[in-house]
Each structure stands twice: as structure tokens, then as C-alpha cells.
Design a binder for this molecule. Sequence first.
Ligand code: MTE
Length: 330
Amino acid sequence: MPNIIAPPSWRIPERFVTPEAVFRDRRRFLQEMGFLGSGLLAAPLIGQAKDSEPAPAKSASPAAAATTKAGKYPAARNPKFDGKGLQLTAADVPGKYNNFYEFTTSKERVHRMVDKFTIDPWAIQIGGLCEKPMTLQMGDLLSEFALEERVYRFRCVEAWSMVVPWTGFPLARLLAKVQPKAEAKFVKFVTAMRPDQMPGIERLHGYPWPYTEGLRIDEAMDDLVLLATGIYGQPLPKQNGAPVRLVVPWKYGYKSIKSIARIELVATQPATLWETLSAEEYPFESNVDPKVPHPRWSQATERLVDTGDRVPTLPYNGYGDQVAKYYRKG
Ligand code: MTE
């Protein structure tokens, strides 16, 4: 791919490797719990019922799902997010340069490792502190919520960025449907956990899988937060988080969790994968901020993945007018 610096495929990018101290601490914890050396390491991490995926409904046959999808793409672009003044990233780049650690840590290889990952049928479970918990099949999701296209900036914590036309709908609409209770203060998101289809899970066996992310409930209700099902006018490719992922444009990319199987309304801040690995480097809040360097590199500028150009990073990734209000002190 032009202008993308391709590291050797065997190299785990230094910045996303578990810091050694964190890894050792985790090993110590697991040892103390009696998991290491007993052959049970995978079982407690993978087998918990609470992290299991909802069973797909029998009615959601692949043929039915395909019919539901037909005609949904491309969706009309929302004029409020028409990308005016932004240069879209070349359409062939976002599908070939991915972070999806359940498969591999090599960005250039993710798209070649997702064949075995099955996304149809797919169900998403929404529960926890809400009046109307439910399990929705992808077909239900696509027929209940009108899809629209929005052009957003996307900024990774690794200091690269893209400008992408997502197709989806505001998460707030789904949350309104399940009616959060007053005690719900955070929203937790969990990616599907499929070690047999996702080779990276076993390879990074010290990681606190499944991939989990979270938002405060006021953040989650902001109109900018999308549940995306498509990109560039097509259903999402698997490497971009099919069939449904989060997009939170004012936060670093690791908050935009892929291939969501479960959404839970909770009272306390959920433990997220990256924060658990290194809270100092990947904090829960993680708003894009050029003035706050990552402990190991500057966040003042970012590299556009398609052209390689370096441009200044904007506070809140350019969405401050809409979201700075959530973070005003006092
Ligand atoms: N979601 C899951 N489940 N697993 C991941 O490894 N990586 C995150 C985020 N969501 C990740 C994930 C990171 S670090 C980034 S930058 C974006 O996905 C990358 O999204 P993209 O590959 O569509 O550009």
C-alpha cells in the first residue's frame, strides 16, 4: 500500500504490546489464582457465562438477513455530517490497515485473517440496568433503525488518522428503546469472543479478553456516537468490525469497539481491555487531546494513513463544539 510504513508482519507494534510490568503483574495475579500452569488459563477467561454471546434466533437465516440488508446501502448522507472541508481517505485503505487484536497485531494482515469469522446470523444483546432488555438480530437492527451516512474524522491513539464515511445510526436511539434506569451511569460494550475464529486471542493469552469498552451514559447518549454497520456505502467488512461496531469520533480509536455482541447498562465504570492493561497509557476517558502526550509519544500531530501527510491534531478531534460541555469542571 502506498505511503503506509509496513513493519515486518512478525513485529508486534511496541506501543501496543502489553507493558512488561503489566504483563508480569497479570501473570502473578493469575498464578495466585491458580490459573497458570494448570492448563486452565483459557477457561476462566473465555468460559464465563456473562460474556457468552446470545444465541442467534432460528428465524434469522442467512437468506433472510441478506434480504434485509438489500437496499440499505448506500444510505443517504446526513447533511449535518457531510464532511465539508474534509478530504476522505482513499476507499481502499481503511479495509487494509486495521487494529483488530483478536486476529493479529499486524495492521496489514487483519484483512487476510478474517475469513473464518462468521457474522451471519448475528445477535446483539442489550441488558443490565434498563426497563426493556432485549436481544436483537442484525435483521431487526437494520429494519428498526434508519441508516444514514456520516463523514467523521477517526484518530487512533497511535497518532494516525483517517476521514471515513460511516453508515449507521445514533446509539442513543437504541438506548432509548431499552429505557435505561436512573441507576445506569455507564454503558459497557463487549466484542464477540470466538477463540476458534480469532487466532489473536490465544496468541495474546495474557490479555483480559473479551475486548470490552465503555462510555459514561451522557457521552453514550450524544448524537455523535454511532452504531456503524457500514463504511463507504457498503456493509462493514469483517476487518472493520462487522456486522456492527461503535464509532466515537472525539475519542481515540480504541474506544470504537468492533463486532459488538453485548451492550450493558451498568452503575459503575466498567473495566476496559486497554485500561486494564495500562491505565496510564489508555485511560477510560481517552478524549483526543493534542496537549496531552501519550507517555511514549506526542499527540500534537497525526499521520494521514493514505497520503502520509502529517497534520495538527485537533482538541476532541474537531468535535469540541459539541462535546466539550461534558468535561467542564465545576
Ligand atoms: N475492537 C476490537 N474488538 N478489537 C480491537 O483490537 N482496536 C481498536 C478499535 N476497536 C480494536 C477494536 C483500535 S486501537 C482502533 S484504532 C480501531 O478499532 C481501528 O478501527 P479500524 O481497523 O476500522 O480502522
